[in-house]
Design a protein around this ligand. Structure first.
Ligand code: SF4
Ligand code: SF4
Length: 303
């Protein structure tokens, strides 16, 4: 069995064509522009996996709350066998991206990572024995894509720069690492709890809901952050996304990435105990009341 795990940041359309592996200095002969005969063909069969920074950029560009954006523009899928949640861009019934317009992508300046990379893609690989991942790239040459016939050659590194993908990769890198680590340690840590999967979803994708969670009294009571840190999380989506990555490491792998307030955990356990005790007593009282009522009804019938 191989000791390597990989995570392919999926190409923006499902394809039966086998990709070839490339490195940063490898050459890419390709150019996409409005004049190509295949204009919009790739977006009319779109299969775009989203990463956290993609969502921050798109929801901002559309002036939407993240929860609204997720409902209107994404569909869920599972990133691995343990049900770690992933999201893809929603399409119409024929598979066309909802952002595709005749003149091209209507969110071009904020288009997702996978769209920026096409016809290449990112391949992150991590050996179980290594602590960090290796980065490679993929190239897919599909029959319908005529950009490969264009006379324009550049390296993969130059293409990434031209497409503005470096910023996306830098900001999403820690999230890819969490997924790779989760994959390589998966069987040993077992299936994550529903609570940790919900946390992963909220911190990865639903940044505005995650903000309400982080700014809640219960969270502030538990974690020892400075006022400046809380102010930054309240106002800055990217800072909040990075904080979410730290919290995921705490939840999934038990790494102590965020300082807890002294005694907060014990206090939480005690509160939880008090709540459970209160619920138990309430249930006993309700049961008792029911029995008394039944007894009284039986006596009334006897009269
Ligand atoms: S987001 Fe834009 S580039 Fe990406 S599939 Fe949709 S229309 Fe195409
Ligand atoms: S050249 Fe390729 S990437 Fe550009 S529009 Fe045509 S199919 Fe899409």
């Amino acid at each position: 069995m191989s000791d390597e795990n990989d995570f392919t940041f999926e190409l923006p359309n499902s394809s039966p064509v086998e990709p070839t592996r490339l490195e940063l200095d490898d050459k890419l002969k390709f150019r996409c522009h409005l004049g190509v005969s295949c204009w919009n063909r790739c977006c009319s069969r779109a299969d775009v996996t989203l990463a956290p920074y993609d969502i921050i950029r798109m929801k901002k560009s559309l002036d939407m709350d993240s929860t609204e954006f997720l409902k209107a523009h994404t569909v869920p899928f599972e990133l691995d066998m343990h049900g770690v949640p992933g999201l893809k861009l929603r399409t119409d019934d024929d598979g066309a991206c909802l952002f595709m317009k005749e003149e091209g992508c209507s969110v071009y300046e904020d288009r997702p990572t996978a769209c920026r990379y096409y016809p290449s893609g990112l391949l992150s690989m991590k050996s179980i024995s290594e602590s960090t991942d290796e980065r490679h790239f993929l190239l897919i040459k599909e029959e319908h894509c005529k950009g490969h016939d264009e006379d324009h050659i550049q390296t993969i590194g130059e293409y990434r720069k031209e497409q503005g993908v470096e910023e996306y990769d830098d900001l999403n890198h820690e999230w890819y690492q969490i997924i790779l680590k989760k994959k390589s340690t998966g069987p040993s840590i077992g299936k994550p709890s529903d609570m940790s999967l919900q946390m992963f979803f909220m911190a990865s994708y639903d940044v505005d809901r995650f903000r309400r969670f982080v700014m809640s009294d219960a969270f502030i009571k538990m974690y020892d952050l400075t006022d400046e840190e809380y102010a930054e999380l309240e106002n800055d989506d990217v800072a909040l996304m990075k904080f979410g990555f730290k919290l995921m490491k705490q939840v999934f792998f038990g790494e102590l990435t965020i300082k807890e307030r002294e005694g907060a955990w014990e206090e939480r356990v005690k509160e939880r105990k008090d709540i459970l005790e209160f619920r138990k007593q309430a249930e006993i009282a309700a049961h008792q009341k029911k029995q008394d009522e039944a007894r009284k009804a039986a006596l009334d019938d006897g009269d």
